[in-house]
Ligand binder design. Sequence first.
Ligand code: TYC
Length: 117
Amino acid sequence: MQNRPCIDDSLTPGATMSKTATLPRTKTETKVQRPRLHKVILFNDDYTPRDFVVQVLKAVFRLNETQALNVMMTAHRKGVCVVAVFAQDIAETKAARGTEAGAAKGYPLRFGTEPEE
Ligand code: TYC
């Protein structure tokens, strides 16, 4: 925003003082912030078959075979793995689709989301 002179007419009507030109002393700074990205997390479980996890990662998250295998094996060994990061609504939709794909087959497969720092 630019500082433009403005007329101080707070004493009108009926004022006898002359009008004075003043400059506003504050500037309004508008900072635009990018929305935070959200991680989609894959959780390990003891029941979902490995190849089914790989199928879901390929179908829902568009990972290739190698990427899907690596993500699945990391979750299998460590308990969790970050699949990818997205805008919040996309992360939540994809996590829900992955979890639903497992539930539709009776598996406890679970995806979650969390905001990036
Ligand atoms: N632990 C499962 C098994 O041994 C495979 C699996 C891997 C399940 C990763 C979930 O996020 C997962 N059948």
